[in-house]
Design a protein around this ligand. Structure first.
Ligand code: ZN
Ligand code: ZN
Length: 346
C-alpha cells in the first residue's frame, strides 16, 4: 500500500502531480472574457467599413457583419481548446444591436460553457474616398483630345469605357483612392477627373495602347501639406489625326487606315487590294470612315467595270471592278462617297 502524499490544496482531491486539480484550475481561470460593447464604423454613402484607421470596401450587409463583430468581443484564455461561439443578434435601433453569445470550449480536459450579451454599436462616418469626392479633391485630370479633329463618338465611348474599367480593377485591387470623380464630354473631347496619379497614368497608357497617339504630363503645384508639395497633373492624350477605318485619298488611290502609331501608318490599298505602309504626308485628305459606308447594289459587271446603284441618288454609276472585288451581279458592295465618286470598300 502506497501513501498518497499529493492533494489539491483547494479541494483536497488526491493528485498525481503538484498544484491544483483540473477543476480547481479551470474554475479559477478566466477562460473566456467578453467585452460589453463593440463598435463598427461604416460609410453611409458607399458601405465601406473601417478597421482601426483603414477603410475597406465590402459587399456585406450589417446583418452579415454583426455575428463576426459580436465574436470579436470574446477573448479566450490561450489554453482553451475546441472554441465555439453561437450568436443571436437582435436589432434595437438603427445604431444599436444586441448580441447573445453562447461560448463553449474545453479547458484542462473539462467542457466549459458561458453566455454573455454584447452591445453592437453601428457608427456612421464618411470614408476617405467619399470624403475626397464630396470635397472635390483630385490629383489629376485626363484630357482626351484628337489631333486636328474632334473625337469620334466611337472614341469618346471607348475612352470612357476604358477609364471606367481601370477604375473598377484598381478599386477591386484595394486602391481605394484611385477613383474617377467626374467624366465630362466637352467640345474639345473628354475630361476625366481622377483621385490618384496612378489611375491617371493607367488610363492614358491604356487609351494610347488602344488608339495610338501620344500623351504628355503637365504637373502643377497646387499647395503644400505636411511639408510636402502637392501637385495636380494634367495628362493630355492626343489621338492620331487619322483613325482606324478612315478612308483617305492619296495622290492616285484611296486607302483605308488599318493601324496608326506615332511614326508609321498601315493602310489597305483599295485599288490594289493589299496592305502596305505609307507616310502621313502622302495623304491629301480624308473622305470618311469605312464604319459609315453604305451598301450599293451591283447592277451589272462588264468589261472590267461594274455598275453600282448610287444609294443616295438611285442613279447607276460605273466604277472599275478590281480583281480583288469578289461580288456578283445582284449583290451589294459597301461604298463611301467622295464628291461624285463612289469608293468601293473591302
Ligand atoms: Zn481541486
Ligand atoms: Zn464611402
Amino acid at each position: 500500500m502506497t501513501i498518497q502524499d499529493r492533494f489539491c490544496p483547494k479541494c483536497g482531491k488526491p493528485l498525481e502531480t503538484d498544484g491544483f486539480c483540473p477543476s480547481c484550475r479551470a474554475a479559477d481561470t478566466a477562460w473566456a472574457v467578453c467585452d460589453t460593447r463593440v463598435a463598427s464604423t461604416h460609410c453611409p454613402s458607399c458601405g465601406a467599413t473601417k478597421q482601426v484607421n483603414t477603410w475597406t470596401d465590402t459587399d456585406r450587409e450589417q446583418a452579415e457583419i454583426a455575428p463576426d463583430l459580436a465574436r470579436s468581443a470574446v477573448h479566450f484564455h490561450p489554453d482553451v481548446k475546441k472554441r465555439a461561439i453561437a450568436v443571436e443578434v437582435r436589432d434595437i435601433s438603427p445604431n444599436r444591436s444586441r448580441a447573445y453569445l453562447t461560448i463553449t470550449g474545453t479547458l484542462y480536459g473539462l467542457s466549459m460553457e458561458k453566455t454573455c450579451t454584447v452591445e453592437l454599436v453601428w457608427h456612421k462616418e464618411q470614408c476617405d474616398r467619399c470624403n475626397r469626392i464630396t470635397g472635390s479633391y483630385y490629383e489629376g485630370i485626363v484630357q482626351v483630345r484628337a489631333d486636328e479633329r474632334n473625337l469620334s463618338p466611337f472614341e469618346l465611348e471607348a475612352a470612357a469605357a476604358i477609364a471606367t474599367q481601370i477604375e473598377e480593377s484598381l478599386i477591386a485591387g484595394g486602391e481605394r483612392l484611385s477613383f474617377i470623380s467626374d467624366m465630362t464630354e466637352n467640345k474639345d473631347g473628354l475630361d476625366i477627373t481622377v483621385g490618384s496619379q496612378h489611375i491617371g497614368l493607367m488610363i492614358v497608357q491604356a487609351i494610347t495602347a488602344q488608339f495610338g497617339g501620344r500623351y504628355t504630363t503637365h504637373p502643377k503645384l497646387v499647395g503644400e501639406k505636411n511639408g510636402r508639395q502637392l501637385f495636380r497633373i494634367t495628362y493630355l492624350v492626343r489621338l492620331p489625326r487619322y483613325q482606324r477605318h478612315d478612308v483617305v485619298k492619296l495622290e492616285r488611290v484611296y486607302v483605308e487606315v488599318e493601324q496608326v502609331d506615332s511614326r508609321h501608318m498601315r493602310v489597305f490599298d483599295l485599288s490594289e487590294g493589299r496592305s502596305r505602309s505609307i507616310k502621313e504626308d502622302e495623304i491629301l485628305r480624308r473622305i470618311g470612315n469605312a464604319r459609315n459606308a453604305q451598301p450599293a447594289l451591283v447592277a451589272y459587271i462588264a468589261g472590267g467595270m461594274m455598275g453600282l446603284l448610287d444609294p443616295e441618288t438611285g442613279v447607276t454609276k460605273e466604277v472599275q471592278k478590281k480583281p480583288w472585288h469578289t461580288v456578283d451581279v445582284g449583290g451589294n458592295v459597301q461604298v463611301l462617297r467622295d464628291g461624285d465618286t463612289l469608293v468601293v470598300m473591302r
